[in-house]
Write a protein that binds this ligand. Structure first.
Ligand SMILES: Nc1ncnc2c1ncn2[C@@H]1O[C@H](COP(=O)(O)OP(=O)(O)OP(=O)(O)O)[C@@H](O)[C@H]1O
Ligand SMILES: [Mg+2]
Length: 428
């Protein structure tokens, strides 16, 4: 079967395909785009031809859509799998596929009902995409269903997570005991990556994500979250003319500081944190009402100097104002006052931190020196190491108010600015 495949496989890919045939649990782990999926799919196709007739064959991913995109699309590509690709049949949206004549059940692990489909079943062969993202309970259940004797197999791929993640602690480190063989892939194990693509990849994974997704390390979320932040590189005294006033992010607080950060897109195509508004009820010795905060934000925006314009031009109208989604009453206040562009911020903390990291790490984002609240917080914003030791990645909830406001503004608009990153400049 290996002979049918037109790919020039790397030595690591070949070794993993061959050796995995004897491993009860085979894991391909490591860097993004390092060739794990291609090698493991090939191993899966080979196992499929020898899988016992009784027992289900399942492919598990986060959702049906990720299974289709990450696995079925490549399987159906003749460029990758040659004539074998013609024997992969699937209709988009269907929860089964027919591969080399066998019915394969497609199970999205984030769908609670899907779990029911395999709960009582006997499984002969399972393939798991992005294993660390599976609920632990789902993985354990899957293992308990694999019981067609010595012939049953579990094949899985994953990018690294924290060192205390259950997959590493209970499986990879105890490989011999639990019957797991792990192949660790780095970018060099993909024979096809060109240097320009690698440079773009590296710009998309910064900080913690660089260590995990590019270097392939099971690295602890510790120390500074924005360890790529560098005052010399990121803080500016002069601002260019702003092409767009992209967004304001607002982190709401009554006891904690209320923080807002204004982002503009300069004519040099960099993003700038131009100005900030902060009210700290502890130092001001008084709390403000929602109406007072709203008035404060509007006054602030009306007074912001517009750089690069004739005279002392003041006042900006941001395209969006993204508000801490938990601040429902404040958002209502803004809506009642018909402040334009109000929307709840996208509040996925880790994805948001990654967006800010990319904006900083690529040099796209700069911060004006007047944003003292933000500049005071960025260097000290740190990962919660206690949580990391429990296998959970999250920042410490301390002095994170302007940092959150920045995250809301940037992450909620990430689709708009991602294209501005100059990868040539990053690679240089
Ligand atoms: N031997 C090969 N020959 C040709 N193309 C390959 C080969 N190995 C991998 N590729 C291609 O390189 C890209 C990355 O490979 P693959 O999807 O296997 O990486 P991965 O390690 O699974 O990455 P991720 O962690 O992002 O899922 C894909 O476009 C794939 O088609
Ligand atoms: Mg993959």
């Amino acid at each position: 079967m290996l002979r049918d495949v037109p790919l020039p496989l790397s030595p690591k890919q070949i070794a993993s395909v061959v050796e995995s045939q004897d491993a009860p649990i085979a894991l391909w782990s490591g860097a993004v785009s390092s060739g794990k999926t291609i090698a493991s799919l090939l191993a899966f196709l080979i196992r499929l031809t020898v899988a016992p007739d009784h027992g289900l064959i399942v492919i598990v991913g986060r959702t049906l859509q990720t299974i289709e995109r990450n696995l079925l699309d490549p399987l159906q590509s003749s460029h990758l799998f040659g004539p074998l690709a013609r024997h992969v049949h699937h209709t988009t949206g269907s929860t089964t596929a027919v591969i080399l004549g066998r019915t394969v059940h497609l199970v999205g692990a984030s769908d609670a009902r899907a779990e029911g489909r395999i709960r009582g079943a006997t499984i002969a062969l399972a393939y798991v995409d992005e294993a660390t993202l599976l609920p632990h309970s789902f993985w354990m259940m899957l293992l308990s269903r694999l019981r067609v004797g010595a012939e049953s197999r579990l094949l899985a791929t994953t990018n690294p997570d924290g060192p205390f993640h259950w997959l590493r602690k209970d499986f990879i480190l105890r490989g011999a005991e639990v019957g797991l063989t792990n192949w660790h892939f780095t970018l060099d194990d993909n024979p096809t990556l060109d240097p320009g693509f690698v440079a773009r990849l590296k710009a998309q994974y910064i900080g913690l994500w660089y260590k995990r997704f590019i270097l392939g390390e099971w690295c602890l979320a510790s120390g500074a979250v924005y360890d790529m932040f560098d005052e010399d590189r990121h803080v500016v005294d002069l601002l260019p003319y702003m092409r767009r006033w992209t967004a304001v992010g607002i982190d709401y607080g009554t006891v904690n500081p209320f923080s807002a950060v204004l982002i503009g897109q300069g004519e040099d195509n960099h993003l700038y944190a131009v100005s900030e508004y902060r009210h700290d009820s502890k130092t001001a010795l008084r709390q403000l009402t929602d109406a007072q905060y709203s008035a404060g934000v509007r006054q602030w925006l009306a007074s912001v100097r517009r750089p690069g314009e004739q005279g002392a031009a003041r006042g900006v109208r941001p395209e969006w104002i993204f508000v801490d989604p938990s601040a429902a009453s404040f958002m209502n206040q803004l809506w009642t006052e018909r402040v334009p562009g109000i929307a709840p911020a996208v509040n996925d903390v880790l994805d948001g931190i990654r967006s800010v990291s990319v904006a900083l790490g690529s040099g796209l984002l700069r911060v004006h020196r007047s944003c003292t609240g933000l500049l005071g917080e960025l260097p000290g914003y740190a990962w919660d190491e206690k949580a990391a030791e429990r296998g959970e990645d999250r920042p410490l909830k301390m002095d994170d108010h302007s940092a959150d406001a920045l995250r809301y503004a940037l992450h909620s608009t990430a689709h708009e600015w991602r294209g501005l990153i100059d990868y040539e400049e990053v690679a240089a």
